[in-house]
Structures are given as C-alpha cells and as structure tokens.
Design a protein around this ligand. Structure first.
Ligand SMILES: [Ca+2]
Ligand SMILES: [Ca+2]
Length: 418
C-alpha cells in the first residue's frame, strides 16, 4: 500500500491561517479543521445554481424527458459512478477530482467535496471504476488506484496504489497541453484501457514509429497492477470517450478529427474495435474517409478500420456510454449517448449537445447519430454550456457533465401524462 502525502496542501493550509483570525471563534475552529484537511466543500445553492436552472429550462429533449441541475462541480469533466451508488467522481483538467455524494441514494446530490486533497494531482481528467469498487484516476501522466475510494471520501489521504508512476504513461518530452485529457475504463477482461491522444493536429512522420511503440495516438491496455502494457489500438487522433459494449465486449470510442480543413470536413467519429491491434486511419485519414493534405499521397496502412458512425465535423465528440438502464423507453436501451463539447474550429459553431446513436441487440449500429438534448448554443453562437461526459446512475437516469458552467445535470424520463 503506497500512501502518498502532499506537502503542497499543508503549505496551502498554513498560508490560509492568518485571515481566519478575523472570524468568530466557532467559525474559526470549523474553518481551521477544513483547511487542515484540505477539503473544499462546494456550495450548492445560490446565484450560480439559479442561473444554471434558468439555462436548463431552454434545453430541448424528446417527450417525457426532463433535465435538472444535479450538482455544482467546478470544471466538471469525465465521471465515474461508484458501484455502491452513493458517490460519483468527477475529474477536471486542473488539480481537483470532485466527489458528488448522494447520501440517501435518492437521485439527488447532497454534497460536493474534493476527493483525496492530500494527494496532489495533475490534470486528473479520467476516473473509472472496476466492478469490485477500485477507483482508477488517469491523470495527464500518471495513474493511481484508490481501492476504497467510495468509503474514504472523508479521508484527505485515502489508500492508494501506484498503477503507472508519474512520468511513465508517456515520455515527458512528449507531454503537451494538447490532447492529454485521459479517459480510462476497465474492460470485460478485467484490464485497464487508457486513451493516449497524440499532441499534434496532424502527426509528423518522424514521430509515427515512436508514438506507435508507446501507444500515443492510440489506446493502451494494462493489467490492473500496471504490468503487461500493450498497445491495443492505433491510428487515433484524440479519443476522449470510450465504453465497452455490454454483450459483445467490443471497445467503442469517439475520436476528435483534424482541424483547419474547412467547416464541413472531416467528420467526427464513433469507432468500434473488434480485435487487438486494429488501426483507425489517422493521420492518413483526418476523419472518416477524408484524407489529410499531409498524407494524401502516401500509401495507407493495410486493414484500416473506418468509423461505424460519422458525426458532424468539429463538434468535438467526447464522453460516451452504452445505455443499460431501464428508466428510458425501449428505443434507447443498448444505444449510445455521447457528448459533443462544441466546435472552436468552425465559422458557425456547432455541438454543445447530447447525441444518441441507436445500436441493435447484436451490437451493431442501427441508425444515424442524432441530437438528444440541445440548447446550450444560443442563436448568436454563444455557449451557455459545454457538455463533456455522460454517466448512468443506478436508477437509469443519465448524468451530463459541463466544464463551462461547472455543473452536472441529471436527465430523467417519465411516461408523458403519467
Ligand atoms: Ca440525496
Ligand atoms: Ca479514423
């Protein structure tokens, strides 16, 4: 068991002592206790909550669906719902992971606090759970496991295991602020799958071999103790969303495609991987079947796997999941919900919505990817929210994270008129 303490948090709490002397004695004691643990409790009521509730009134959904504010969680990114159904962990691109706690498991969040404040984290975007309750958090260049995360949310320094030490996910010289928001999942083979975005718009030839050996521009898989690292997929530009099909066990993932090729190409991608070592086309293809300018005269690697669903160009498809709940109507069961973060590389912005892709019982695409929840992009092209990830609660409701408003929403369904 590898306990990691952070001197940083201690220094921060000492620096915070002085202004507290001005508060009332009881308040001082309470605040002091908090600062010594490093915990931050996010206030859930007030002006920001009311403003977000106002925005949610204008979100359009199919008949019978409703969206509400579930929790405020600053810069909320990817989410992992605890197997005990009490805590949802939410990553960020800064230093915090938020624990959203539903103490009485009634589908309404009761408390939001930072998780494991004594453990310093760097871009901890990607939390994921193993079925046995071990939480993994994929940071920019490290992976830690928290074996008892869901029951140690009050512990500033919970148990940890080092899965991939700092600096060992990718070589430091390739660390970039581009495309390093990690996501992870534990597969049906009980191994950990982690996406490694490549740092460029289009990768230069000189890096292709090295990146291929490391798994940059791909997805790696490792045993849960960090050993037996393999490159599972290549030819991926920047995947920030993945899930395993519940019956076939195939890995499906979104991929963000090349910028600067015009408003309408190349398409975004949802991919299905059926075997280890498949190649998904990048950088020979910039998205879908569209060749990149840089590689258009080059011979394409054999056996490229094209996306099973193409999405609108530049919408930035991020988190995705196969819906396995029983709250939503039959049409949605087994299908894919995915989040489009919204474009930056398009003259008229597009995205900032939740999409749905039907999938049949055999695990095959059964229709186009269509909008499910939208309205976070106003008529002037201004973002009122930017969805990042989707997650499913035990009751079958759907959570949506938003890193612009710093919130998590909950989508529920009730038969219209009931
Ligand atoms: Ca509750
Ligand atoms: Ca591709």
């Amino acid at each position: 068991m590898n306990k990691i303490a952070s001197a940083f948090c201690m220094a921060a709490s000492i620096a915070a002592l002085h202004p507290l002397a001005l508060a009332q004695p009881n308040d001082t004691l309470k605040a002091l206790a908090k600062s010594q643990t490093g915990f931050k409790i996010i206030e859930q009521q007030g002006e920001q909550a009311r403003a977000i509730q106002g925005i949610l009134k204008n979100i359009s959904l199919p008949d019978g669906f409703a969206i509400t504010l579930y929790a405020l969680a600053p810069r909320a990114r990817h989410m992992a719902v605890g197997p005990r159904g009490m805590v949802t962990f939410v990553g960020t691109l800064k230093s915090e992971v938020w624990a959203i706690i539903d103490h009485d498991r009634n589908g309404i969040a009761d408390e939001v606090r930072n998780f494991a404040p004594f453990i310093e984290k760097s871009m901890p975007n990607g939390p994921c759970f193993a079925p046995d309750g071990v939480l993994y958090i994929a940071e920019q260049n490290r992976v830690l496991a928290y074996p008892r995360a869901e029951i140690q949310i009050q512990d500033a320094n919970p148990e940890t295991l080092e899965v991939i030490p700092a600096g060992a996910l990718i070589p430091e010289k390739f660390v970039s602020s581009n495309h390093t928001a990690r996501v992870c999942d534990v597969g049906p083979d009980n191994r950990l799958y982690i996406s490694l975005g490549q740092p460029y718009n289009v990768t230069q030839r000189e890096y292709l071999n090295t990146f291929g050996e490391i798994g940059i521009g791909g997805i790696i898989r490792i045993s849960r103790d960090g050993t037996d690292r393999e490159v599972y997929a290549l030819g991926i530009r920047n995947s920030v969303g993945q899930d395993f099909h519940p019956t076939t066990g195939d890995l499906w993932f979104t991929d963000n495609q090349v910028d600067g090729m015009g408003d309408d190409i190349p398409p975004g991608e949802i991919n299905q991987q059926t075997a280890m070592g498949q190649h998904f086309g990048f950088p020979w293809f910039g998205g879908g079947h569209v060749r990149t300018n840089e590689y258009k005269d080059e011979e394409v690697p054999g056996g490229v796997v094209f996306p099973v669903s193409e999405t609108v160009a530049h919408a930035a498809d991020l988190g995705m999941l196969f819906y396995q709940g029983d709250m939503f109507p039959d049409h949605y069961r087994g299908g894919i919900f995915s989040a489009q973060h919204g474009s930056w590389n398009r003259s008229v912005p597009i995205g900032a919505r939740i999409m749905f892709t039907p999938v049949d019982a055999q695990g095959r695409i059964a229709g186009d990817t269509e909008p499910f929840a939208e309205g976070w992009l106003d008529e002037n092209g201004k973002y009122l929210g930017r969805p990042v990830d989707v997650a499913q609660l035990k009751d079958g409701s759907l959570l949506v994270s938003d890193d612009l408003t710093g919130a998590v929403y909950r989508i529920t369904y009730a038969v219209p008129g009931s």
